[in-house]
Design a protein around this ligand. Structure first.
Ligand code: C5P
Length: 404
């Protein structure tokens, strides 16, 4: 687990989203973080320090003038051994303060005195988020190397709808994990396909496969963590879109092909994880096919476009990575596939082990031969794949995100 042993200072400012911080502190602690909580006066109006104390298993700090701290220098002591300060919720007021370097309470003082990174999870009304003053503050914070996690768009506690909703606790945990990943693909555009395709037989029936999309979504997340801008063309899945990833939903192989053709311009890397149906029904029925007296039936299939081969065959193709799910003879099939599709890198796995599972054991095939990634969660496998791609592209990454 990437967060094990990480020392986090979690700051809460005043906002109704403070209730999500209870889940956040719990999840961070469960992931193995050492979490110290600091709350502003306004945060204490929304959720009590007792709740945060019980969930973090640590004393909660609220006061800049706490005489029980050594030398009464809480703003130094509390931030010195931390790997990251996370402020969630980060109110518009707090962001304004942090952007200007004000330090008039414990949390803002700690933020100003920090040596570690700062990640803010904004939470505010849509008008506040869109206000030019907040826009200015967001830009200034980003310029200073502060990481913003969210906000998301949706229903707000005030009854309005729009940008400003704080991310959910698990999404913030994912953003904290991302913070600690090496930035191996900064500035690159990565196009990923994921999931199954669904090829209609008639309006209610279809040919599909058992791909869950988990591997492709993990690859999209890992690429984005590495600093890339990521477009994910996805067949139908029940998965949540990783934060910061642009998803284009499709159903059929033809739709996936069209979406890839529209998105491939400017892509530096194309990672084709989708389990694309090789064939579709030649002429899908417009009406539901009736059983009526049939003893059997034959469906005529026609070949789908090979999306990966098309992209690899472009005049100036992006760096192409294929996936192969085989049921036997993994290495032989994988090597044959890599050369027939003329791609520099192919990731192979056994279909019976990989499809729908949370773990995987990828083997990578490139010009240098075979590289086994070992068995592990799909996100770990995806991160290793990203590291391999980056090494092949000769890009050197910087450990962690830019720190303020
Ligand atoms: O030939 P096969 O389907 O086994 O190749 C698998 C690789 O090719 C995967 O990367 C898959 O995403 C891609 N593919 C594709 N379009 C197809 C079939 C497969 O992009 N029609």
């Amino acid at each position: 687990m990437t967060l094990k042993g990480k020392r986090i200072l979690l700051g809460l400012t005043g906002g109704i989203a403070a209730f999500k911080a209870a889940q956040l502190v719990r999840s961070l602690a469960k992931a193995g973080c050492d979490v110290r909580v600091v709350m502003t006066e306004a945060a204490c109006r929304f959720i009590t320090p007792v709740t945060m104390q019980a969930l973090s298993g640590q004393r909660v700090y609220t006061d800049l003038w706490d005489p029980s701290l050594p030398d009464n220098m809480a703003h130094i002591e509390l931030s010195r051994d931390r790997d990251l300060i996370v402020v969630a919720p980060a109110s518009a007021d707090f962001m304004a303060k942090a952007a200007r370097g004000l330090a008039d309470d414990l949390l803002s003082t700690l933020v100003l005195a920090r040596r570690c990174g700062l990640l803010l999870a904004p939470a505010m009304n849509v008008e506040m988020w869109q206000n030019p003053a907040t826009r200015r503050n967001v830009k200034r914070l980003r310029d200073d190397g502060v990481v913003l996690a969210g906000p998301a768009s949706g229903d707000q506690a005030c009854g309005e709808t729009g940008m400003g909703r704080m991310l959910e606790a698990e999404q913030i945990v994912a953003e904290v994990e991302a913070f600690f990943q090496p930035r191996l693909l900064t500035g690159m555009h990565v196009l990923v396909t994921a999931g199954p395709t669904v090829e209609p037989i008639d309006p209610v029936r279809a040919i599909t496969n058992a791909s869950s999309g988990k591997m492709g979504y993990a690859v999209a997340r890992a690429a984005r963590e590495a600093g890339a801008s990521v477009t994910l063309v996805s067949g139908p899945t029940a998965l949540e879109v990783p934060v910061g990833v642009k998803r284009i939903g499709v159903r059929t192989a033809q739709e996936m092909f069209d979406a890839v053709k529209r998105s491939v311009d400017g892509a530096d890397i194309f990672i084709s994880v989708a389990a694309v149906a090789d064939y579709r029904v030649a002429s899908a029925s417009a009406q539901k096919i009736k059983k009526a007296g049939r003893k059997g039936m034959t469906l005529e299939l026609t070949e789908n476009p090979d999306i990966l081969a098309y992209v690899a065959g472009l005049k100036k193709p992006p760096f192409c990575v294929g996936f192969a799910a085989e049921s036997e003879n993994l290495a032989a099939h994988a090597m044959e596939k890599r050369s027939s599709k003329r791609i520099p890198l192919l990731a192979a796995n056994l279909a019976q082990e990989a499809l729908g599972a949370d773990d995987n054991a990828l083997t990578l095939f490139d010009d240098a031969g075979e590289h086994k990634l070992g068995r592990g969660p799909k996100l770990d496998q995806a991160r290793k794949l990203v590291a391999h791609i980056s090494a092949m592209l000769g890009k050197k990454g910087k450990a962690g995100r830019a720190q303020a």
